[in-house]
Design a binder for this molecule. Structure first.
Ligand code: F6R
Length: 241
């Protein structure tokens, strides 16, 4: 795993933006895997700036997000579809029909997982997957203990994850209890991954990732088995290394 040292959050976002722009400029039909949460917001802001400055176009791009809450519709402000529209898709020239997330309001979430796998395969697999890191080592919504062989599936969210995400909801009770997530094996099929980590509160997780063993108890550790992973971590996130 290559480690790119960023000074601070904006620098991390800039370095991630360079990776994405490079991928988009140099492929005919790039497939980007995208994440939500606080960490990639700066990256999305920088991509919008690059688009407005005429440095990149997304007309030939397909995106597949990692995950979505079960039970939320696309127009629910807490859905990940809404987040992606708001933070990125509404501001760039990505054809909306090329922007995919699992459908949180699908009548049959299990079938939706199978359909999402098919969709990723038909898109031609993810070329560049953006990842954030959970405090407990989760990637996507693959919580500790998830099999490294897992494919896209419905998960019951950890209490700690619900609490960490409660800041986006009126109360903790409003945080959905289930989500659809790409599985670990699904994520590992991406040709390249860029893991973004910022801030001292993630320093413990970064240390465990870099110096700990590969174990299903810490899902992100699987990334050490992938030949093409870049960790972009700012100073705070690296402070326990
Ligand atoms: C979001 C996702 C999650 C987050 C992780 C970190 O699509 O897949 O794994 O990347 O929970 O979240 P933040 O960036 O909010 O700290």
């Amino acid at each position: 795993m290559e480690i790119i040292r960023a000074n601070h959050y904006d620098d991390m976002s800039k370095k991630a933006c360079e990776q994405v722009v490079d991928q988009v400029r140099h492929s005919d039909k790039p497939v980007l895997g995208l994440a939500t949460g606080s960490t990639p917001e700066g990256l999305y802001g920088q991509l919008i700036d690059q688009y407005h400055e005429g440095n990149v176009s997304f007309q030939h791009v397909t995106t597949c997000n990692l995950d979505e809450y079960v039970g939320l519709t696309a127009d629910d402000p807490n859905s990940y579809r809404y987040y992606m529209n708001d933070k990125l898709f509404n501001h760039i020239d990505l054809p909306r029909e090329n922007a995919f997330l699992p459908r949180g309001d699908a009548a049959d979430p299990e079938q939706e997982c199978r359909d999402y796998e098919t969709l990723i395969q038909q898109a031609g697999q993810v070329d560049l997957q953006i990842l954030g890191l959970g405090l407990n080592g989760h990637i996507g919504f693959n919580e500790p203990g998830t099999s490294f062989d897992s494919r896209t599936h419905v998960v019951a969210l950890d209490e700690s994850t619900r609490e960490a995400n409660a800041r986006f909801f009126p109360t903790l009770d409003d945080v959905p209890k289930r989500a659809i997530t790409m599985g670990i094996d699904t994520i590992m099929e991406s040709k390249k991954m860029v893991l973004l980590v910022s801030g001292e509160k993630k320093a413990h997780a970064v240390n465990q990732l870099v110096n700990g063993e590969v174990t299903e108890a810490f899902p992100a550790s699987v990334l050490k088995r992938h030949p093409n992973v870049v960790l972009i971590a700012d100073e705070g996130a690296r402070s326990h290394l």
